[in-house]
Design a protein around this ligand. Structure first.
Ligand code: 6PG
Length: 229
């Protein structure tokens, strides 16, 4: 396991350390290979981090971003992850429109999944994701992979799937599957609050496998940094 932890205290420190870490990682990747492909999660935790990161003077035209998961709502809906990324990150960072990859939720959900899988296949043609940012729900979900993960979520041939949850206002989700996330060069978890710490510790002690704890596959496969707040 290649796991590093950064401990912060208070929202301000969490946001500035997380944004600085991500800026450094993006800069390093661009220095190594001339561009950076980054996968972004939604949720409340990363929003201020995306805002701070977007204000950093990075060569944003060399960054390509895709969503790890999306809620099946219009891109103008307050629950839309595309809206979150546009408002928090893209409003500040000059990322080119053709370098932004979002599921097209104006399509039927099956077509949306199919088109997004095709877009990601093209994005990953030469290189898989360099960096993926993840959060974790209190049930241990990452992306929109809600445990226990059903058989279709373990199908290695699928890049994107439709999942459903009844925990949140928007039940239908479009999510990248575990394999492409685990195949990223590195993953950064942004975790704030006691509840997340409790869930993470429970996962680390639990003998149950990745269908119960999808983050276990990530920990077993790639380099992981957790920023704790
Ligand atoms: C989403 C996510 C999801 C999120 C966790 C944690 O779009 O909701 O990608 O996996 O990261 O639910 O969310 P919070 O940061 O809001 O706790």
């Amino acid at each position: 396991m290649d796991l590093h932890a950064i401990h912060t205290s208070g929202e301000e420190e969490f946001v500035s350390q997380a944004a600085t870490l991500l800026a450094q990682k993006i800069t390093d990747v661009i220095g190594e290979r001339g561009e950076c492909i980054i996968g972004l999660s939604g949720g409340s935790t990363p929003k201020p981090v995306y805002e701070a990161l977007g204000k950093m003077p990075l060569p944003w035209d060399l960054v390509r971003c895709f969503l790890i998961d999306e809620r099946y709502v219009s891109p103008t809906d307050t629950d839309s992850n595309q809206k979150l990324i546009r408002d928090a990150l893209v409003a500040h960072a000059r990322i080119r429109e053709h370098n932004l990859f979002f599921p097209d939720t104006s399509l039927s959900i099956d077509a949306c999944v199919e088109h997004y899988a095709r877009d990601l296949m093209a994005l990953f043609e030469d290189h898989l994701a360099d960096i993926i940012i993840l959060g974790m729900g209190n049930d241990g979900h990452i992306a929109s992979l809600f445990p226990p993960l059903g058989e279709h979520l373990m199908d290695e041939s699928r890049l994107v799937v439709h999942t459903q949850t009844h925990q949140f206002a928007v039940p239908d989700r479009i999510t990248v599957t575990l394999n492409p996330i685990a195949a990223a060069n590195q993953v950064v978890f942004l975790l704030r609050g006691m509840e997340k710490k409790k869930v993470w510790d429970e996962m680390m002690l639990d003998m149950e496998h990745e269908r119960r704890w999808p983050a276990k596959r990530i920990l077993a496969s790639t380099k992981v940094t957790v920023v704790w707040g």
